[in-house]
Write a protein of this length. Structure first.
Lengths: 531, 432
């Protein structure tokens, strides 16, 4: 553990750290563009210059490593001036079109100029700046060589992280630009990350090009609901438009490091733009009618109670690995209170390794939670329920977040449709319009994972919080809230919770693997459940 | 006064490039001696000779060789830097075209000394003749058994690969050269690690200049003491000086290190054309800070020039006379470096571009007085802040020109035009 001095403060850090990392330990920020903790060091942007005692030149902090007795000055006049000059050089050919740049407001170059730059440029003749054509690196990513500062983060990303090597650079000196190698396109599953990596507005997301202004956004730290890996994400929402603008990776070295896949980045649009259920609906005869929550829930609870009394075994509940731990727990609790044994939810399975270390074959975010909360998930519970339905043994069915047609073959769909139509009650709670929803007697509009609070347990047993980034559309409610409302109709005192964190406290008492867990402990990065 | 020819002894002879001519003039006699020596003794001998790298930096060659971890599990490479691209330098080209076996013999001895079995000769793409000659020479050396397996029965194997550059100044920088051989863009690497630890293909590598390697057989043949007796105590041996620019007898002159610049220009070069006066001298290739006419008595060696704030570099001396506009000289330099920057570091990529813009404006009479200080400050910030020395190579001469000829810059700005006339129209008067 070498001891060194940075700006007069002595610190002891582990070997192998560079000066950017070491300085960060004592809260000193050394500005940088090309350095990224997970990419190789190239020392090209020259923004992190610091003074090291005994070395005649100013040194790049990214390529200078800690050593016993090193005396580093990040705040000496020489170091400050060198970094100031670097900013001035960097901005000479930068178009400074920040007002119309998508990166504006969250641009490291902008921030560095603001904090470390000279505040003015001696470059005379902005009309002489070099101007080159923009072009697309893929269907989604646009490249603006004028803004590019040649940090090569994107090139190193495709070389070192995805190892697909689509990007390279062409030309030298001021002609240098990032290009896609001939015959290739930047279409690997992690490609979107280069947009976040870019420290300027050179790589832009075509999806939101000239549509969003980042300073309007409200950011919510949550977890991606699209596979069992549980990548940490930040969702940016423009509250004025009331919709998700962009999904970005959130650093969690234990889960997804710095990256997310393009599905996680863009698929929210399918949920946001797809056919959503916005209000409770009750079937009357052949037609549907919107109803109040009270009426819809009354309809369900009364019919369940009646059928339960006539034939206790003919009522079944179905859950889903898209539900949070809290919701799954509440569903099971409701079943127990009502006295129903037929409760099922299937879980996905991870097969083989994960692509790029973060794309899982299990498309559900909470398969682990389904198992942990007590569903006999590996026994194809839903298959059993469907068999009972087909045999006519089920009369009332409450489905939360699952589409039963996913579990039958093409040939059986007709039979299932017929069987479901014969049910005395088919209550379906979901946020999207599925085949099952179309046959329901009562439809309860739920919330997508971007619209509610709770926890998911990823395939490695890490319990992580998801948070409401936007409100559910229309009259829809988060599923845990619906379950509470329904539960209270069977037993008032059993469903008095203010929020999912209280449900988690109860889970932590009842389920040994979750013992002692609460939202505070789970924190922003999640914690592993007990073995 | 005659030159002191060691390397250039036979260059004027017909067919001097052939192996027959080289052997007939006593070539390939150092090799058998060397192969009988302990490799460490060769390194010692080179250390004792005081030979300093002739590529520009003047780093002691023997010490460089001793940085190699000889028992490395990875292969060790020698790279011969024949990418002579420095404006004003043309010394290596003559060795390559006129007496290449000298260099090859040096390569073989160097390989043996550092325990390397493979040498890459990186030759500049713009030297097609040199490449053709070298191809033949390498073939001849293989034929005679100086290259290949079991050289002269010593059991030592060496292969030499000729690698042609594609025309980039930056590939003469040693790590840029390595990148280029690896098939990548010629972009210098951040140091450390130095090539002696991690060089070509990630293996320990020594990069030596053509002239440096050509000195090696002579040191082996005639001893370190002989070599160190030439020149000055810390700048030993002869140096091939290239004279160009406004000079009556341009060309190459091999002379001991430390010869006064005045002697070189006025005796060997026979001075500037009649009616002209020396105004400035670039003593070591385009990257060296210029000297004024008053500084002409300086000894031409690494240390004296460094002390005077310039450098010996490649010893390509360019003489500038009083008919030349110094702003134009600076602009021309900036133009070259702006074009040749690899584009990695911002100080270099943007700085050279910015310098050229400012200098062009001054030259065209559109400059402003504050440009002069901005030029100096930009040059200061370009020095020592980048991965390699290309930015320094641009900033140093320009800074020296602005400092030493500030009045010319001021005159341009005051007059609103170049006092030497339109830059596209030469002011050279044929009657002179």
């Amino acid at each position: 553990m070498p001891k060194l001095t940075i700006d007069g403060k002595e610190i002891e850090v582990e070997d192998g750290l560079n000066l950017i990392q070491a300085a960060a330990r004592i809260g000193i920020e050394v500005p940088h563009f090309c350095y990224h903790p997970s990419l190789s060091v190239v020392a090209q942007c020259r923004q992190c210059l610091v003074e090291v005692e005994g070395v005649p030149k100013v040194m790049p902090a990214c390529n200078t490593f800690v050593r016993e007795g090193l005396i580093v000055k990040t705040n000496s006049e020489r170091a400050i001036n060198a970094r100031k000059a670097t900013v001035e050089f960097t901005l000479i050919n930068h178009p400074l079109d920040c007002p119309i740049c998508d990166k504006g407001g969250e641009c490291p170059l902008q921030l560095t100029t603001f904090k470390h730059g000279p505040g003015y440029s001696r470059f005379d003749g902005p009309e002489e700046k070099k101007v080159r054509r923009k072009y697309y690196l893929s269907d989604r990513i646009m490249y603006d060589p004028n803004r590019c500062i040649m940090c090569t983060r994107c090139v190193r990303f495709t070389e070192e992280i995805t190892k697909t090597g689509e990007l390279g650079f062409e030309g030298r000196a001021f002609r240098k630009k990032i290009v896609v190698f001939p015959g290739k396109t930047l279409d690997n599953e992690l490609a979107g990350n280069v947009i976040d990596l870019c420290p300027v507005g050179a790589l832009l997301d075509k999806d939101t090009l000239h549509e969003e202004r980042v300073w309007y956004w409200k950011f919510t730290d949550t977890v991606c609901p699209l596979c069992s890996n549980g990548c940490n994400i930040t969702v940016g929402v423009d509250p004025r438009k009331g919709r998700v603008a962009r999904v970005r990776p959130r650093v969690n070295l234990e889960v997804n490091e710095y990256w997310i896949c393009d599905r996680g980045r863009y698929e929210f649009k399918g949920i946001q733009g797809g056919k959503r259920l916005k209000e409770p609906i009750v079937r009357i005869g052949e037609g549907f009618e919107t109803a109040t929550w009270d009426k819809a829930l009354h309809n369900i609870s009364e019919r369940i109670k009646r059928i339960k009394e006539e034939a206790p075994e003919s009522v079944a509940f179905v859950g889903s690995p898209l539900l949070t731990n809290e919701e799954l727990y509440l569903l099971l609790k409701l079943a127990k209170i009502v006295g129903i044994n037929n409760v099922a939810s299937n879980a996905g399975k991870v097969e083989g390794g994960k692509k790029f270390g973060l794309i899982s074959t299990d498309p559900f975010p909470n398969s682990m939670g389904v198992r942990d909360m007590g569903f006999a998930s590996d026994n194809d519970g839903i298959g059993e329920v469907i068999k009972s339905i087909l045999k006519g043994k089920i009369r009332a069915l409450y489905v939360v977040g699952e589409d039963l047609f996913q579990f039958v073959s093409q040939e059986e769909r007709g039979r299932l449709t017929e069987a479901l139509s014969k049910l005395s009650l088919l209550a379906v709670q979901d946020f999207k319009l599925t085949e099952t929803v179309k046959l329901a007697h009562v439809i309860l509009p739920g919330a997508s994972p971007y619209e509610k609070d709770g926890t998911f347990t990823n395939d490695e047993g890490r319990v992580q919080r998801i948070k409401k980034a936007i409100p559910p559309p229309g009259d829809a409610k988060p599923d845990w809230e619906i379950l509470l409302l329904l539960g209270k109709r069977f037993q008032k005192e059993g469903f008095i919770y203010i929020n999912p964190s209280q449900v988690m406290l109860e889970i932590s008492e009842r389920i040994p693997e979750y013992k002692g867990m609460n939202y505070e402990k789970i924190g922003i990065l999640g914690i592993k459940k007990r073995e | 006064m005659p030159e002191m020819r060691i390397i250039r002894t036979y260059v004027d002879r017909a067919n001097s490039e052939s192996i027959r001519s080289y052997i007939a003039s006593g070539g390939y006699t150092a090799l058998p001696t060397a192969l009988k020596m302990d490799p460490l003794r060769i390194i010692d001998e080179v250390k004792k000779s005081g030979l300093r790298g002739r590529g520009g930096a003047g780093f002691p060659t023997g010490i460089k060789w001793s940085f190699i971890q000889r028992d490395s599990k990875k292969p060790i490479y020698l790279c011969c830097n024949a990418d002579e691209s420095e404006p004003g330098s043309f010394k290596d080209r003559e060795i390559i075209e006129r007496d290449p076996h000298q260099m090859l013999e040096g390569i073989i001895i160097a390989c043996y000394a550092i325990n390397s079995h493979k040498c890459y000769i990186y030759i500049r793409g713009e030297m097609p003749k040199g490449a053709r000659v070298l191809e033949t020479s390498i073939y001849e050396a293989y034929e005679k058994g100086f290259l290949g397996e079991n050289i002269l029965g010593s059991g030592f194997n060496i292969d030499v690969v000729l690698f042609k550059g594609a025309g980039a100044y930056i590939c003469g920088e040693e790590t840029g050269l390595l990148e280029s051989i690896e098939g990548k863009n010629g972009e210098p690497r951040p140091k450390p690690p130095f090539p002696a630890q991690i060089g070509l293909f990630g293996c320990p590598t020594i990069v030596n200049n053509v002239e440096t390697l050509a000195c090696v057989p002579h040191i082996i043949n005639r001893g370190a003491e002989w070599f160190s007796s030439i020149g000055t105590p810390k700048n030993t041996g002869t140096k091939i000086y290239g004279l160009s620019g406004s000079i009556n007898r341009p060309g190459l002159y091999e002379l001991p290190l430390g010869i006064p610049l005045r002697e070189l220009i006025h005796e060997y070069g026979e001075g500037v054309p009649k009616g002209r006066h020396v105004k400035a001298i670039s003593p070591g290739g385009s990257s060296a800070p210029v000297l004024t006419a008053e500084e002409i008595d300086i000894p031409m060696d690494f240390d004296s020039l460094a002390k005077a704030g310039s450098m010996l570099g490649t010893a390509g001396v360019t003489v500038i006379d009083d008919s030349t506009c110094m702003v134009r000289v600076a602009e021309n330099l900036a133009h070259f470096y702006r074009d040749e920057s690899c584009g990695q570091c911002v100080q270099c990529r943007e700085g050279t571009w910015w310098l050229e813009k400012m200098l062009a404006k001054i030259e065209e009479g559109r400059g402003r007085m504050e440009y002069i200080d901005t030029l100096l400050d930009a040059c200061f910030q370009m020095k020592g802040t980048t991965i390699c020395a290309l930015a320094d190579g641009c900033a140093m001469p320009i800074e020296s020109i602005v400092k030493k000829f500030r009045h010319e810059f001021e005159e341009h700005i005051r007059l609103g035009k170049c006092p030497f006339g339109d830059r596209h129209m030469g002011t050279w008067d044929e009657s002179n």
